[in-house]
Design a protein around this ligand. Structure first.
Ligand code: PXP
Length: 237
C-alpha cells in the first residue's frame, strides 16, 4: 500500500500565531505515528514561520518512522541537516512572500549548484528527494544528479478546475511517475491532496508515498488527528 507521510507544519503554524509553546508539533508527531503515519514531514523554512530548529531536533530523536525535512537547497540548511540527520531531505524552492510551496524546483536551471550539494548530503548518509513538477525534462535532470527519490508536485492536479483539466493533470502525474520509475527513481507525490482528490493519485502504481499536510491538520480540528489519519489511509486504499 502507498505510504502516508504526514506533514505536521500547520500544528506549528497555530502555535506561531501566538508565539507560545502550544500546540506542540512534537506532540503531533507522537500521535501521528501511533495512528499509523508511515513517515513525518516538516518544512524548515528560512523565515522559520512554522517549524523551529528546536522542533526538528526533538523530532529527530524520537521519530520511530522516517523523518523527512523539506528544505531549500542552501548551505545554511545543509549545516542544520548534518546535525539533525533526518532519514531524508526534500529540496523545495522557497520564496519568502509565498503562502506555501508554489511549484517544483527547477532542477535544470540549478543543476550545477545542486550536484555538489547532493554529494555532500550523500556523504552524510541522508537520502535526497527533489520536489518537481511532472515534467520528463525535470525528472531526467534529477536522475542525472543521482538523487534516489522525486516528489511529484500534485498542486496543479489539486487546483484543476473542471473534469477535463482534472483528467489532464492526472494523466501528467501518471506519465511522470511511470517515466521516473523507469529511470530508476523512487516516486513520492504531494501538495494539495485531500479526502476528495487523493484516490486517483494513491492508485498510481509507481507512487510509493504521499505527503499530506494541510487537509489532514484542518480535518484534525474537527475529528482529531488520529481519526483524520485513519480516514486518509482508508481513502488511499
Ligand atoms: N510536499 C511538499 C514538497 C510541500 O512543500 C508540501 C507543503 O508543505 C506538501 C507536500 C504538503 O502539502 P499540503 O499541505 O498541501 O498537503
Amino acid at each position: 500500500m502507498t505510504r502516508l507521510g504526514v506533514n505536521i507544519d500547520h500544528v506549528a503554524t497555530v502555535r506561531e500565531a501566538r508565539k507560545i509553546d502550544e500546540p506542540d508539533p512534537v506532540h503531533a508527531l507522537v500521535i501521528a505515528e501511533s495512528a499509523g503515519a508511515d513517515g513525518i514531514t516538516v518544512h524548515l523554512r528560512g523565515d522559520r514561520r512554522h517549524m523551529q530548529e528546536r522542533d526538528i531536533r526533538i523530532m529527530a530523536q524520537i521519530c520511530k518512522t522516517r523523518l523527512n525535512i523539506e528544505m531549500a537547497p542552501t548551505q545554511e540548511m545543509f549545516r542544520i541537516a548534518c546535525e539533525i540527520k533526518p532519514y531524508s531531505v526534500t529540496f523545495v524552492p522557497e520564496r519568502r512572500e509565498e503562502v506555501t510551496t508554489e511549484g517544483g524546483l527547477d532542477v535544470l536551471l540549478h543543476s550545477k549548484t545542486l550536484k555538489p550539494l547532493i554529494q555532500d548530503y550523500h556523504d552524510q548518509d541522508i537520502h535526497i528527494s527533489i520536489f518537481v513538477d511532472p515534467s520528463n525534462e525535470q525528472i531526467k535532470a534529477c536522475a542525472r544528479l543521482g538523487v534516489e527519490i522525486i516528489e511529484l508536485n500534485t498542486g496543479r492536479y489539486a487546483d484543476a478546475k473542471g473534469e477535463e483539466q482534472h483528467i489532464l493533470e492526472l494523466e501528467k502525474l501518471r506519465n511522470a511517475a511511470r517515466y521516473a520509475h523507469k529511470t530508476g527513481l523512487r516516486v513520492a507525490a504531494g501538495h494539495g491532496l485531500n479526502l476528495r482528490n487523493v484516490g486517483p493519485v494513491a492508485a498510481i502504481p509507481e507512487v510509493e508515498e504521499l505527503n499530506i499536510g494541510h487537509s489532514l491538520i484542518g480535518r484534525a480540528i474537527f475529528v482529531g488527528l488520529k481519526e483524520a489519519i485513519n480516514e486518509m489511509k482508508e481513502k488511499m486504499k
